[in-house]
Design a protein around this ligand. Structure first.
Ligand code: FAD
Length: 434
């Protein structure tokens, strides 16, 4: 079993330029995932020059080349919860941001020269309990009639039409969602950015910045050699999501990094997988500790993911937990060999909302994908870039929303094992009383 992402077989992250050229930088972007690259593309398309993206790893080597490739839009809270947290106007705008993310991402994908295996195959949400099923009904009933056609409800007896397992109390299919190859997507974004004149440097870690009259001077450290370089930039953006380190304490106090694990099976008979997950749809569920799975783009493997453990673990430990749940979901997979096991970092906010804006020191940021960010981070990268360009009316919705911090917290989520145990208890007990 390889301990690198299955996706890297077709699109291993590439190195960027190595020797930092500090001369012509005007905009410095830290992080070469969907956020940073999408922002770079919008800025370059607007005619900005001197855009430099840096990353401590290779291009897109963070979550953007490691995820499940399930694309959709949707907030992790209801409009009523958003109104209680942000007030009516801001909440409405935030929900608009979430709704706009998938159409935006599809538009951006259409501008890319490289293939990304985009497939609007639909997605399935399996209901863990009858109560969750009622919530799925409610969600669909509240939609405008023209949107409702994309949502199909399956009761307990019909679930197997969408996914052949007995573990759900019902399900909802979303016909407007689908999948991509995540590593090909981040590579295609990088190629598009470079074609627009953006320079991407890798193996350089941002280690802090000081403010000057014309912007900032950022200190970069060569990850391999330890050498450092100072780069002047008029504007700076941090798109570091679940990889924020001690160099950005403002973000660390507000964000909770969580490791998410995935496994891929060896190739299995196509007909068997077509019976288990017909039509190559994406699948997730309604649990607190959710699992998500899909077939590989060629339909021959199962890729299974979830927060297998709430303490930092090896790939093998993560894989063991995921395998147990995969076999529980599909007994037909018992004993099948695994080809890959890997993990990546996602990032949560206390209010489960994405946040973007400007920190106290004037540096821009986008953070907190809350578990799912392919379309959302692509869109927010674009939105923050528009804000950096000074376009009127961009300080709305997620941009500039109140970003809560956790008291007595410095970015090390010591409480996660306890939260994990509590969430697992909630999931189990919800089923006992169902
Ligand atoms: C296992 C897994 C499965 C997932 N599945 C899905 C899914 O199916 N659907 C979905 O929508 N989302 C999914 N996600 C979430 C999605 O991958 C992320 O939301 C998205 O990739 C975040 O993009 P980003 O650009 O904000 O951050 P990242 O892609 O994580 O990029 C951040 C980059 O910042 C760099 N960095 C950090 N600090 C520094 C520094 N000081 N100096 C230089 N560079 C730095 C890192 O090296 C990293 O490359 C999943 C995530 C994981 C881990």
């Amino acid at each position: 079993m390889k301990t690198t992402p299955f996706w890297w077989e077709a699109a291993e992250p590439q190195h960027g330029e190595r020797g930092i050229d500090t001369g012509d930088c005007r905009i410095l972007i830290v992080g070469s995932g969907y956020t940073g690259l999408s922002a770079a593309i919008t800025l370059a398309e607007a005619g900005e020059t001197g855009i430099m993206v840096i990353d401590a790893m290779r291009i897109g080597e963070g979550a953007s080349s490691r995820n499940g490739g399930q694309i959709g839009n949707g907030a992790k809270f209801t409009p009523a919860q958003a109104t209680a947290r942000f007030g009516e106007k801001r909440a409405r705008e935030i929900m608009e941001d979430y709704a706009a993310s998938m159409p935006f991402m599809l538009g951006r994908a259409a501008t890319l020269a490289d293939p990304i295996d985009l497939d609007l195959c639909g997605s399935v949400v399996g209901a863990h309990t009858r109560k969750d099923m009622a919530k799925l009904h409610e969600l669909r009933d509240r939609l405008a009639p023209e949107d409702r056609k994309n949502y199909e409800i399956l009761d307990e007896g019909q679930v197997r039409r969408a996914v052949k397992t007995g573990i759900y109390r019902g399900a909802m299919i979303r016909h407007d969602q689908g999948s991509i190859h995540p590593a090909k997507y981040v590579r295609a974004l990088a190629n598009r950015a470079r074609a627009l004149g953006v320079r991407i440097f890798t193996g350089w870690r941002f280690s802090g910045a000081r403010r000057i009259a014309e912007g900032h001077v950022a200190r970069l450290v060569d990850v391999q050699e330890g050498a450092s370089a100072d780069v002047r930039a008029e504007r700076m953006l941090l798109g570091v999501n679940g990889y924020a380190g001690p160099e950005v304490p403002w973000l660390r106090r507000r964000t909770i990094p969580v490791q998410s694990y995935m496994i891929a099976t060896e190739e299995m008979p196509f007909d068997l997988l077509e019976r288990l997950i017909p039509g190559n749809r994406m699948v997730g569920d309604t649990k607190h500790v959710l699992y998500y799975y899909r077939r590989s783009p060629d339909g021959k493997r199962i890729l299974f993911g979830g927060r297998a453990r709430f303490r930092n673990s090896t790939e093998e430990q993560g894989a063991a937990g995921l395998r147990r749940f995969m076999e529980h979901t599909f007994p037909e997979t018992r004993g099948v060999a695994l080809s890959h096991a890997w993990h990546g970092n996602v990032c949560f906010a206390l209010d489960f909302c994405s946040h973007a804006g400007r920190m106290d020191d004037g540096i821009y940021y986008v953070s907190c994908c809350n578990g799912g960010g392919i379309s959302n981070q692509t869109h927010l990268g674009h939105r923050i870039a528009e804000h950096m360009l000074g376009r009127p009316g961009t300080d709305r919705g997620v941009i500039g929303s109140h970003f809560p911090k956790l008291p007595f917290y410095n970015g090390t989520p010591w409480f996660l094992p306890m939260v994990g145990t509590w969430y697992r208890f909630l999931d189990r007990s919800a089923r006992w009383f169902d």
